[in-house]
Write a protein that binds this ligand. Sequence first.
Ligand code: NDP
Ligand code: 2IT
Length: 443
Amino acid sequence: MIEKLYDRILHRNPGEKEFHQAVWEVLESLKPVFARRPELLDEALIERLCEPERQIIFRVPWADDSGKIHVNRGFRVEFNSALGPYKGGLRFHPSVNLGIIKFLGFEQTLKNALTGMPIGGGKGGSDFDPKGRSDAEVMRFCQSFMTELYRHLGEYTDIPAGDIGVGEREIGYLFGQYRRITNRYESGVLTGKGVLWGGSQARSEATGYGLVVFTAEMLKTRGEELEGKRVVVSGSGNVAVHAMEKAQQLGATPIACSDSGGYVVEEKGIDLDLLKQVKLVERGRLSAYAERRGGAARFVPGGRVWEVPCEVALPSATQNELDEDDAVTLVRNGVQAVGEGANMPTTPGGVRVLREAGVLFGPGKAANAGGVATSALEMQQNASRDSWTFEHTEARLTEIMRHIHRLCHTTAERYGRPGDYVAGANIAGFELVEEAMVAQGLV
Ligand code: NDP
Ligand code: 2IT
């Protein structure tokens, strides 16, 4: 039955390979649920869950600094609003297409359910490449993007945030344009804002921090702790840098990270202040970080960061960046835990190798949910016109991550799959969304 269902979804959404992959992983996990509750199939719950409520595709014309005109494509997939308004980030990267946004929106729906916060799932973005563009060009692009998107948004309707290529700078330009068009200071319409103008403390740190809290919770189930462990992270953007920061605070040593040009390894630990300066402030290359560290760091152009031996691996760049061969290398080098900071960074073959080797594996929709959970905390602060301290916000984030860990752990046990966080996350997320959908009639 499940395979037939998957076949129908495949044919209905041709060419969207990342979306197919995300759906298949969830369907596979749900087998024990259908075995216990076959009526779910009659109610076409899966077909409904896999069909976005609304998909918006639009033209984004803009002029570069020399006056040359460019046309990009904008997307917003409003996936599921059973639990709350659509919520999820915007990705600006040349690889963006409908299939990628749909996979992200599908994952987001289940992830947001796991947080226990009242948020539905959505995702958006554009094939715009911000690399090498001036601030003025990025601003004009964001203004053009929002000039179409604003009509679909609202604090009770759809609330975007950042993702790859979208951070506080882009959220600022987008918010400014939304405010001008609507003549409303509607803080709750976007999250990831600057703290001066309605943003939450700890939002930029939240995904990476939450990822490390989740990974530490997994280790605890085996009587292990992060302290003293070597951590390898892929990417060197928002999620990666803050994951390294929290790992270091907890006594671990982040020894390697990467960007699209290669990886850097530094056995004594990455210099996080310099890394932040180079990657987050100057928007430079990791190779420049290594140059500035002199002999202390080694840069490997085009290399796979998973070659670096470690006990904890945190893939935090993009989808399908840790494959079967990488997993074999990690296992051979003695990895104990893998926590996904990115969305779907591990290929199905990679997941299989890690699981068969008994490595603790935290799937993205659970392990990286701290970002969107803190976005929901930002919405709470906006709704009550309040702003919390960093300490209070981080304490809430930590509590939410522990809750998600417990939920995944106990759900996996309840279905006879102890220690299987993939099954736990997919089943727990599905049960929450499904219950809300059924309660609301045929939606
Ligand atoms: P950033 O844009 O801040 O950083 C992305 C990093 O990943 C950069 O180092 C970038 O390298 C690298 N990267 C991106 N695409 C590729 C690619 N195709 N090949 C190789 N390297 C790549 O993004 P974030 O840190 O915000 O996001 C990272 C991941 O985390 C994404 O998968 C995102 O969906 C996920 N995520 C983000 C959340 C958030 O709150 N921001 C929340 C939950 C998940 P380079 O600099 O060379 O481009
Ligand atoms: O993938 C994700 O969870 C995000 N990019 C964050 C979404 C959000 O709305 O904060």
